[in-house]
Design a protein. Structure first.
Length: 486
């Protein structure tokens, strides 16, 4: 089942979603018994793929580690206020084995869930965490040499732990990246060895049999350069992990999709390694922290690169969009959802939830919905179901002054499919902006009607005048036009 171009992906916190469904329906719900009406709603919203975040079997030791972690305790308090130890579970990224967590059913239940999704033409994405495994993974005892141990660069004692394996004491490294403290509920995989790379490629192959795509956690950590920077070890052969591992799966399942969580400007490198999509954290950062000119500059990249980016303004790692972007949240969402590439939405985003949920929590905080945000996303989701965003051609439009410099705050672009056109203009600034934009309207029409789906207003313009002089745009702060040209 091939993927639609520019797919829409929806991230779900598996544990909390199933708990919500169980409360809603008044009975235990696991993956094999999710009501079809819930999946139908995803289809009605135009969702192409569900990312079940945290579906795999989690660390048992990680539960106590999460409860004692002082830094995480602050996050729990921020989210829940008062909390009990029962409110805290293990991280979904400290995986013991790639089997469905028993709390959510089993592998058969997952297969039923996936089959039911397919009935609505929805794909399933699961996590793959290549850099590390849980500290209590059975693999530590079966294959200790898969993991970094003993002759290690000593930095901080908390980066290491000891285990007795086959009557021998090993000092293992916790998983980490070079810029932050280690994840103390994990053990670091040693990618410097070809035997380890082959083992992990087989593990990823097995995980791929359960889904239609894998979201690969912190994928840049196991590139040769980053691995050496972190651990001081070279790969034992002049090869990478990702390219052959991905090729192995795609040779049998050419439509299988790989999505990389990646940072530090390594997006293009991982695309070249075979990833279909890579996180677009630079767009997130520019929308949140930088200027509209910086956003426009980012969108000037070649389309072969942009088509493989995952656009988002919220996921489980980031603050809620309502909190992070404030008044700019809708404008940022509109941009992220209507430019080329995959769009990633996050559970709770459509309802305007404002409290970030630590991934260790076993219950949700009280977080009221925002009805204005719900209405906005209903409009946006209906709009991006249009084939023009998945089969059409996109181009960034020139924006010029209408007599003042506020035009810098406006981002504009156009989608074209056969004789259809969409023109989108967004004011990313905090003051009213005026500009001329330069779309290409059908030359065989004297008059064009521009219907704005954001306001349900219509405007009549002379096509020849727009094509020569430009289309005048006046937008209040963080407002947008989404024109259907008729």
């Amino acid at each position: 089942m091939p993927w639609r171009k520019n797919p829409v992906i929806y991230e779900i916190n598996t544990r909390l979603w199933l708990k919500d469904l169980s409360l809603q329906y008044g009975k235990p719900i696991h993956l094999g018994t999710v009501p079809l009406s819930e999946l139908e709603q995803f289809a009605n919203n135009g969702i192409d793929a569900i990312w079940l975040m945290g579906a795999w079997n989690r660390s048992l030791e990680g539960i106590e580690i999460a409860r004692r972690h002082s830094g995480l305790q602050e996050e729990y308090t921020k989210a829940l206020g008062r909390w009990k130890k029962e409110d805290i579970g293990a991280s979904p990224y400290a995986i013991r084995v790639y089997e469905v967590n028993q709390e959510f059913g089993n592998d058969h239940a997952l297969a039923i869930f996936r089959s039911n999704l397919h009935e609505f033409d929805i794909k399933l994405i699961l996590d793959f965490v290549p850099n590390h495994m849980a500290v209590d993974t059975p693999l530590l005892y079966k294959h200790p040499d898969l993991f970094l141990h003993d002759t290690l660069p000593r930095t901080e004692p908390k980066d290491y732990f000891q285990r007795n394996v086959r009557e021998k004491t090993y000092t293992f490294a916790h998983g980490k990246d070079p810029y932050f403290s280690s994840w103390t509920d994990t053990v670091q995989v040693d990618y410097s060895k070809v035997s380890t790379r082959e083992f992990m490629a087989n593990l990823m192959y097995e995980a791929s049999s359960h889904c239609d795509g894998l979201r690969c956690d912190m994928a840049q950590l196991i590139t040769p350069d980053v691995f050496k920077k972190t651990w001081g070890k070279d790969f034992d052969k002049d090869e990478t992990f990702w390219k052959p591992a991905i090729q192995k799966i795609k040779s049998e399942m050419p439509d299988f999709v790989f999505m990389a969580e990646v940072y530090w400007g390594l997006e293009r490198e991982l695309q070249q390694e075979g990833f279909d999509f890579t996180y677009d954290k630079p767009l997130y950062d520019r929308l949140r922290y930088s200027t509209p000119d910086d956003v426009r500059s980012h969108l000037e990249a070649d389309l072969s690169y942009q088509n493989k980016l995952v656009r988002f303004i919220e996921n489980h790692d980031e603050e809620r969009a309502a909190t992070a972007f404030h008044d700019k949240a809708k404008a940022a969402a509109l941009v992220a959802a209507t430019i080329p590439g995959a769009t990633l939405f996050h559970e709770g985003q459509f309802e305007g939830k404002s409290i970030k949920i630590p991934i260790q929590l076993t219950r949700k905080p009280a977080d009221p919905v925002n009805h204005d945000t719900i209405h906005f996303y209903q409009t946006l989701l209906k709009e991006i179901k249009d084939d023009i965003y998945h089969k059409g051609d996109w181009k960034l439009l020139e924006v010029s002054s209408a007599g003042e410099d506020t035009y810098h705050n406006i981002i504009a672009y156009q989608w074209t499919m056969q004789d259809r056109n969409k023109i989108i203009a967004v004011n990313l600034g905090d003051q009213e902006a005026h500009a001329y934009i330069r779309p290409s309207l059908p030359s065989d029409k004297n008059e064009c009607i521009l219907f704005d789906h954001m306001t349900n207003k219509r405007y009549e313009r002379e096509a020849s005048e727009v094509n020569t002089k430009g289309l005048f745009i006046k937008l209040a702060p963080y407002q947008a036009h989404l024109f259907d040209v008729r």
